[in-house]
Design a protein around this ligand. Structure first.
Ligand code: NG1
Ligand code: ZN
Length: 567
């Protein structure tokens, strides 16, 4: 068919979408044919949630194919490389998921989350129409080339599912680079590297290792020349991708830090009785790690974007150091350096409602740092953190990073060159820290290196770090309900708006305890409602959490077994 034979822009009988030159841009016939091979199960409705789509892997083939299609459109619209990550993070091994990564390595824009949901749920026969609708609504320039970068975690289903993403990309004529196995933050890094034309770093795994390791080595130069003996760290890798990547990377920074890997995937199941989510939610050590008294350990989650630390004291008591305490350590170090350079750069900390009340109090009252609370999900924290010269954000579960504004980076670089002695030293440290933090998303490997550097430089033991403040006892529970969307919230998810009566019930329960707080919200990654409670003792916290769970069960359509007392 020559261009002369083609109709004006619009659908042509062959099913092509024609541009104004009469050339086909989206071969909708081919899409329809391919889509049959990635058929949507009848009646399945999925939502692009806190971190993309997540459910049992066997239900995701069509979603993967369609996210390949969507990534092409997003790439054309933004004239940039777009990322697709196949992972379900801390969820069980049988689950999987997919999320798109925007040009600067950040989470997909909210308006495109809606397009993603529409596309994923479209019935087979409506798929071409929905693609055209999205292209029109988002003013996608279909003449543009598209480039998609793809990564996946170690789940058995991930390889096949990422092939379905590739099928989606290629059927719409997109180019792609399949990185294969990557941690989620590595994929975010690759996207930003490509779109910054290499300014952020080299878009290879090697480039990532080199960038982070040289920043770590530079930052810790002074600490390690004095023969420090606390430079061994035990890492629980959740039987996930973190193990592979850390094993590849560790020789790059081995002079400064020796990491011992546990739950490296050679035996155990992904995230099963191990990993950051298990440790944080059960408040106990993972299986499969050998702990020695007062030696610090950390856990990654299944895709290595979260990290929590912990240790056993001499009495065998377990101490968890979660995202809140990580944020506190990092902010106090940054604040000291900012005082040294004395340049009036603003520092802010962003948390969610899950942050322990003690951490918020410590940051505001002792450290005098402004603290903000956003809705759960890194995209909310990330956006808020961008409002500061230096924005520290962490979820209590250990997902977080630090963002430096362009202006702050320029200022720091200038001071590192021009100023004198102490000021220059502080500026140089900040310069290395900018490189060491993943500026796109929370990154367990990068955070681990930052923490290890700070502990070494400050000569802090894990106990001293832990002693910054004492966590209020807290408890998280899950309640099964028929439809979790019956719950809607406001005030950064701290107050329930619907169903009626639930917030009043929570208020009455909270009043019964001292130093208490509780809230509920529908999970964006699991089909459950999450309950959070905090109070003056673990016993009271557990009672409060149980009572609130019961209120949710009764007022929000609980299904299955009623919540039980005792954990
Ligand atoms: P949901 O399932 O929406 O609570 C969980 C975490 C989030 C975030 C996402 C993405 C908690 C309470 N929630 O979201 O913070 O990390 O997973 O992985 O930890
Ligand atoms: Zn994760």
């Amino acid at each position: 068919m020559s261009p002369d034979d083609l109709d004006p822009p619009g659908f042509c009988p062959q099913g092509f979408w024609l541009n104004e030159r009469g050339l086909p841009d989206m071969d909708l016939d081919a899409v329809t044919k391919q889509s049959v091979l990635h058929a949507k199960p009848d009646g399945l409705i999925l939502q692009y949630g806190t971190a993309g789509f997540r459910t049992k892997a066997e239900h995701l083939d069509h979603v993967m194919f369609r996210m390949g299609l969507l990534a092409v459109l997003r790439s054309k619209q933004t004239k940039s490389a777009i990322g697709v990550m196949v992972t379900a993070s801390h969820n069980p091994e049988e689950d999987n998921g997919v999320k798109l990564v925007d040009p600067l390595g950040e989470m997909l824009a909210a308006s495109w989350e809606e397009h993603a949901t529409c596309l994923a749920n479209a019935e087979e026969e409506h798929l071409p129409r929905v693609l055209v609708d999205i292209s029109e609504k988002a003013a996608v320039d279909l003449h543009q080339d598209a480039f998609v970068v793809i990564g996946r975690d170690t789940r058995p289903s991930s390889e096949r599912l990422s092939q379905s993403v590739i099928d989606g990309v290629t059927v719409l004529g997109g180019q792609f680079h399949d990185y294969g196995l990557l941690t989620t933050p590595q994929l975010h890094y690759m996207v930003f590297c490509r779109n910054s034309k290499g300014q952020y770093g080299k878009a290879t795994v090697e480039g990532y290792y080199q960038k982070l390791s040289s920043a770590f080595v530079e930052l810790t130069k002074q600490a390690f020349c004095s023969g420090d003996d606390r430079r061994t760290l035990r890492v629980d890798c959740a039987n996930g991708i973190g193990a592979l990547k850390l094993a590849e990377m560790r020789h790059y920074f081995s002079q400064g830090l020796s990491v011992q890997l546990f739950n490296d995937g050679t035996k155990g199941k992904l995230n099963h009785l191990c990993g950051a989510d298990f440790v944080k939610s059960h408040q106990k050590p993972p299986q499969g790690i050998e702990m020695r008294a007062n030696e610090r350990c950390c856990s990654f989650d299944g895709d290595a974007d979260r990290i929590v630390y912990y240790y056993h004291d001499a009495d065998g008591q377990f101490h968890l150091i979660d995202g809140d305490k990580i944020a506190t350590l990092i902010s106090s170090f940054l604040k000291e350096l900012l005082l040294e350079i004395g340049d009036g750069l603003s520092l802010g900390v962003v948390q969610t409602a899950y942050a322990n009340g003690s951490s918020t109090r410590y940051l505001e009252e002792v450290m005098k740092v402004p603290v903000y609370c956003t809705k759960t999900g890194v995209k909310h924290l990330h956006h808020k953190a961008q409002e500061f010269d230096i924005g520290v954000y962490f979820e209590a579960n250990g997902h977080g990073t630090v963002l430096f504004s362009k202006a702050a980076e320029t200022k720091i670089k200038q001071l590192a060159k021009e100023s004198e002695d102490e000021k220059r030293k502080a500026a140089k440290m900040l310069e290395s820290i900018i490189d060491l933090f993943n500026q796109t998303i929370g990154d367990a490997i990068s955070d681990m290196l930052v923490i290890e550097a700070i502990l070494a430089l400050k000569g802090l033991t894990v106990q001293q770090w832990d002693a910054l403040y004492t966590d209020l006892p807290n408890r998280q529970l899950k309640v099964k309900v028929a439809d979790r969307q019956v719950i809607s919230t406001t005030d950064a998810e701290r107050q329930v708006v619907k169903p009626p009566g639930l917030q009043e019930a929570i208020n009455d329960l909270v009043k019964k305890y001292r130093l208490s707080r509780a809230f509920v919200r529908p999970s964006g990654t699991e089909d459950i409602v999450r309950v959070y409670a905090e109070a003056d003792s673990q016993e009271n916290t557990d009672s409060l959490a149980y009572e609130v769970s019961l209120a949710v069960f009764q007022l929000a359509g609980g299904i299955g077994e009623r919540p039980q007392r005792g954990f």
